[in-house]
Design a protein around this ligand. Structure first.
Ligand code: M6R
Length: 362
C-alpha cells in the first residue's frame, strides 16, 4: 500500500521521521543507551571492521568518521565483494560489523562467514531480524525501519545511521572518551534529529524544481568533504540507480587530481556542504568548478548560503543541524533530488531496470 503516495520511495522518504523516532526509542532510554539483550564490550576491542554493499556500505563510511572521532577506535570499511576475496587478516581484538537492510545480501553474508571464528565479535545491523546475517551474528541490532519496498534504499539508510550513531556513542562512553554529561549532549542532539528531518522534508518543492533541470543532464558530479563525502557517494548512487543519469561522487579535495577535467557548462556539480569547519575548503573547490563554467548546485544551510558568495547556479537550503550528525539529515536532499529527477524522466522509480531489492547471488 503506497498510502496515497505515487511511489513507495516517496512514502518511505516521508516515513523517516517516524521510524527514526522508533529506533531511537529502542536504543536510547531516559537513563542512557541500552542494547536490549545484547552484550557489547568496546573496552576489549581495538579495531572495528565494517563491511556491506551499496547504500549500506555508505552508512558504514559515515559511521567510520563517528567511531574514529568519538571513540578513537580504528575503523576499516570495505565493500563485501572485495573484502571476501581479499581475505584480510583479522587481528585479535577486532569486532566485525555487517550492515544490511535485507540481511540476505550474498557478498555480505560470505564476508561475515569469513570473519566467523576469527573476529572477537560479529555484529549485525539489519532491518530483517530473522535474516541469515542476523542469525549468524553474536550481536544483532535491528534498525526498525519497517518494510522497505522501493529498490532505492531510503529509510533503511537513515535508520542504519541512527543505529550506528548510538553505537559509536556507546563505544566512546565505554572507552572513557565521553563523560556522562557529554554523552547526554550528543544524545540530546540525536533526539532532535527526527524533528529537524521532518522540517527538511519541506525542501520537496525546491527539489522538484531543480530536478527538472538535472533531468536534462547526461552526467552529474557530486562533491563532499569529511563526513559529507559518503553522502555525495550516496547521492550519486541514488541518482544513477533510479534516473539512469551517469553520476559520480568525489571527495572535494580530489577534484583537482583529475575529475575537474570533466567540468563544463553541461555537467551540474552538486556540492553537499553544511556550514561546518570544512566549509571554507569546499567553497574554494566550488569556485574552481565555477571558474571552469561548471554549474554548482549547493546544498547547504542558511549560513552556508550567505557565505558561499556569488556565482552559484542553484542553492538548496537545509535546516540548521549539529554538524556531527548532519549526514543523517543530508540523506534527504540525496534522496529527493534522485526521486524527482527520476519522476521527471519518467523511469520506474520503485523497480528500476536491472536491479533487485535483495541481491542474494554474487
Ligand atoms: O539489503 P542490503 O542492505 O544488504 O543491500 C545492499 C545494497 O544492495 C543496497 O543498499 C543497494 O545499494 C540499494 N539498492 C541502494 O539504494
Amino acid at each position: 500500500d503506497k498510502g496515497g503516495y505515487k511511489h513507495f520511495m516517496a512514502k518511505e522518504i516521508a516515513e523517516q521521521p517516524v521510524v527514526m523516532t522508533e529506533v531511537l526509542g529502542h536504543y536510547v532510554k531516559s537513563d542512557g543507551i541500552q542494547f536490549p539483550n545484547q552484550d557489547i564490550d568496546f573496552k576489549s576491542i581495538n579495531r572495528l571492521t565494517m563491511v556491506a554493499c551499496g547504500t549500506a556500505y555508505y552508512a558504514c563510511f559515515v559511521a567510520k568518521y563517528w567511531f574514529e572521532q568519538l571513540a578513537g577506535l580504528p575503523v576499516e570499511i570495505d565493500v563485501a565483494s572485495e573484502f571476501r576475496y581479499r581475505e584480510p587478516p583479522i587481528t585479535s581484538g577486532t569486532a566485525a560489523l555487517f550492515v544490511s537492510q535485507s540481511g540476505e545480501t550474498a557478498d555480505t553474508l560470505a564476508a561475515l562467514r569469513y570473519c566467523a571464528g576469527k573476529a572477537d565479535k560479529i555484529i549485525a545491523v539489519v532491518n530483517v531480524p530473522e535474516s541469515s546475517i542476523a542469525r549468524e551474528s553474536d550481536v544483532v541490532l535491528p534498525i526498525l525501519a519497517g518494510v522497505e519496498v522501493g529498490v532505492a534504499s531510503t529509510k533503511a539508510f537513515t535508520n542504519q545511521l541512527m543505529t550506528l550513531a548510538v553505537l559509536a556513542l556507546e563505544a566512546a562512553h565505554q572507552r572513557g572518551r565521553l563523560t556522562d554529561a557529554e554523552l547526554g549532549d550528543y544524545l540530546e542532539n540525536l533526539r532532535s534529529l527526527p524533528g529537524i528531518l521532518n522540517t527538511a522534508l519541506g525542501i520537496e518543492t525546491r527539489c522538484e524544481e531543480i530536478s527538472l533541470k538535472l533531468a536534462e543532464a547526461r552526467d552529474i558530479l557530486f562533491l563532499g568533504r569529511g563526513r559529507m563525502y559518503p553522502l555525495a557517494l550516496e547521492g550519486a548512487l541514488k541518482l544513477k540507480e533510479i534516473s539512469y543519469i551517469h553520476a559520480e561522487a568525489y571527495a572535494s579535495g580530489e577534484l583537482k587530481h583529475g575529475p575537474i577535467a570533466l567540468v563544463d557548462q553541461h555537467v551540474p556539480v552538486i556540492v553537499i556542504a553544511p556550514r561546518d569547519d570544512l566549509f571554507d575548503k569546499t567553497v574554494s573547490n566550488m569556485q574552481e568548478v565555477m571558474a571552469r563554467g561548471g554549474r554548482v548546485l549547493l546544498v547547504t544551510d542558511q549560513k552556508g548560503a550567505e557565505e558561499a558568495g556569488d556565482g552559484v547556479w542553484e542553492t538548496l537550503i537545509m535546516p540548521e543541524v549539529d554538524a556531527f550528525f548532519a549526514p543523517i539529515l543530508y540523506a534527504v536532499p540525496a534522496q529527493m533530488l534522485a526521486y524527482y529527477t527520476a519522476v521527471a524522466k519518467g523511469t520506474d522509480v520503485d523497480q528500476p531496470r536491472n536491479l533487485a531489492k535483495s541481491v542474494t547471488v554474487e
